[in-house]
Ligand binder design. Structure first.
Ligand code: ASP
Length: 403
């Protein structure tokens, strides 16, 4: 009896705050990706001026991000962290979200009846405003925003300036709003967890959460200790140990602040003074990387999306949806701000596009901070790696005296 009363209390008086929190994240995600992508693309204008550096930088930044998402997807599909949620809990989760899920299955069936190129057709919106109103049409929104960005790059600078200035201002406004929403996050998370516990009997995600966390960390370790060292040796002839020694202070700061932006000055110093990358290269490659190149974030988004899907959807995600995740996670990581928790806000976009219930965020909240610390280390390690490679390729990697 007592229990029933408690359940009712939680559902009536606590759960709504969890719903409000998720709604706040969802409402800010679309404006955020629109504005930050436009600003990011407009910055590319300067890149075209530095075309010798710019082309290589963009290729390496994009390439490493796509590789990171693919590693994330691969690991999540092999380890299947979502399968460690106990059966009773999964059934209840499925029941509470079966509405969303059955809709998704219908959509998937409809998709099967369409031709093979339908996913491509679906990316191009016939009405931008309709796409804006549907969280599942994020790729359509991104498509149009990229067109706006290209337009901005191609028109006269004088005319582009006020438009870019407007979006830069809006970008700051939105980041401020996210700061405010994040102040509310401990209460939001508490409310979400409390309602999951009373609504889903026998709910225990602890084991699954640990496996999920380990999956993300494994991916991040592969990136740090296998992928980047190989890139460095092949493209820059730089040995991994001196490289890691040189950037250790930046990695430590990234780990403790969870913010690539806050770490940027130290990353700059390490890369120029200790690795010998010429300032001409680092002053361009690193600030750009801090905002757009987030391999750790994109890897984490891929694993988190698959984990939540495994926990909440009756059927595994099909290949097309997973390929879509490569695209959305790459773009979402470009759109993520270099501040704590930004990757998690952007995850809403990846989930929405893949038809995975956003309420699943509640599953991963509890351990997001430590994962954020780790993925930020990877984010800045990637920036430093690409800066070194680009510098080498244009003959701007100086030899530094041994420290
Ligand atoms: N904290 C990360 C960074 O600043 C972004 C994220 O994944 O949340 O690089």
């Amino acid at each position: 009896m007592k229990n029933l009363e408690l359940n009712e209390f939680v559902i009536n008086w606590i759960k709504p705050f969890g719903t409000i929190f998720i709604n706040l994240l969802k409402v800010i995600a679309v404006p955020l990706i629109v504005v930050s992508l436009i600003v990011g693309l407009a910055d590319l204008k300067d890149i075209s001026k530095l075309s010798r550096l710019g082309g290589r930088t963009v290729v390496f930044y994009l390439g490493t991000t796509v590789f990171a998402v693919s590693i994330g997807l691969l690991l999540a599909n092999i380890i299947k962290p979502g399968s460690y949620i106990n059966d009773e809990a999964r059934e209840s989760l499925l029941m509470s979200f079966s509405g969303d899920a059955s809709q998704k299955i219908e959509l998937a069936q409809a998709a099967k009846e369409n031709g093979p190129l339908q996913p491509l057709v679906d990316i191009v919106p016939d009405n931008f405003f309709r796409a804006l109103t549907d969280n599942a049409s994020m790729l359509q929104v991104i498509f149009f925003v990229v067109l706006i960005g290209i337009g901005l790059i191609l028109i006269e600078e004088e005319k582009a300036k006020p438009v870019v200035a407007f979006f830069k201002g809006m970008n700051d406004v939105i980041l401020k709003i996210i700061d405010i929403i994040m102040l509310f996050s401990p209460y939001g998370v508490f409310a979400l967890m409390a309602s999951l516990m009373v609504e889903i009997p026998g709910f225990s995600t602890l084991g699954a959460l640990v496996i999920y966390g380990l999956t993300v960390v494994t991916g991040l370790l592969i990136m740090t200790f296998v992928f980047y060292p190989v890139l460095l040796m092949v493209f820059a002839k730089v040995k991994p140990i001196p490289f890691f020694k040189a950037i250790a202070p930046a990695q430590l700061l990234a780990f403790s602040t969870s913010s690539s932006a806050a770490t940027l000055p130290v990353t700059m110093e390490c890369v120029t003074e200790r690795l010998g990358v010429d300032e001409e290269v680092s002053s361009f490659v690193l600030p750009l990387g801090a905002t757009v190149n987030m391999d750790g974030t994109s890897l984490y988004q891929a694993v988190a999306a698959i984990f939540i899907a495994q926990a909440m959807l009756p059927e595994p995600l099909d290949l097309t949806t997973q390929l879509m995740i490569v695209v959305t996670a790459t773009l979402a990581s470009i759109g993520s701000a270099a501040v704590p928790s930004a990757g998690m806000v952007m995850l809403v976009i990846v989930l929405g596009q893949a038809g995975i219930p956003e309420a699943g965020l509640a599953l991963i909240f509890a351990i997001d901070r430590p994962l954020d610390m780790c993925r930020t280390v990877v984010n800045i390690t990637s920036d430093a790696t690409v800066a070194t490679i680009v510098a080498k390729s244009v003959g701007k990697l100086n030899v530094v005296s041994k420290n």
